[in-house]
Design a protein around this ligand. Sequence first.
Ligand SMILES: [Zn+2]
Length: 287
Amino acid sequence: MRILNLLLGLGLLSSALSANFTATASNTTPPQWQNNKSNKYIGFEYPNGAKNAISITFDDARESQITVGMPLFEKHQVKGTFYVVPNNVESQLTGWKKAVSYGHEIANHTSNHVCTGNFEWLRVRGLGLENATLDWIKQDIEKANNYLENKLGVTPTSFAYPCGNTFVGRGVDTRSYVPLIAQQFQFGRTWNDETANNPNYTSFSQLTAIRLDGQTFKEIKTVLEFLKGNNSWIILAGHDVGENGLYSVDKDVLEQLFVYLKDPKNGYWLDTVNTIGSYIKHHRKAP
Ligand SMILES: [Zn+2]
């Protein structure tokens, strides 16, 4: 009897839920992305007949990016986007100046790299986005821009949200700082996403990024195959370069990836976030 009651209760609940869902759906149809009710795939053309665009990005200005990564980028004549924090740049300043003259994109990753205070390494320093304000994060970003302008002569056009976190505050006082990034930069990149950027749809202030750390070349190729529909722009994001690790890209895997992505028969256009993003901005067919 108890089970029967339970089943009856569940039945009532599920019909109540579906009635509720129907009512909600009919009242709040999302706006159409294109002025085309079928939302058909409209395609995107990259230079030289490439089917996809891809950017390789590294975060934090970690030492191994200069000591291990840069020689590999130069050997394969590849340009990357590096989201740097001033303190780490300062300890390898000559290397970062060389990276600028080579043509890498140097971009903003804030000054204090503050993410959610659930990370203990931040919380023990009294830092955490839950306790930050929009004014504070704005100043922290400007500080990094000033440093890069003074020391490297670079004015960043791209930004990567530390840890992919895009908020300040907590509960009802939570605020997004995406609008701030949209005002100050051409491009903002998140982290650890599961999908690539649709060139006709993506928001330039929340570009998605796929984890590059800790993967074999075979695993990366599987991910690329999965993501390459609809002429997507795939942004890969790593941290250290050397051995494979949770926050480190295997140096041999990086070289294999360069060779694969540069081979025209594989259909990729490999370049920096700023170069590809600017091209897409000028050629996209929707907002
Ligand atoms: Zn970071």
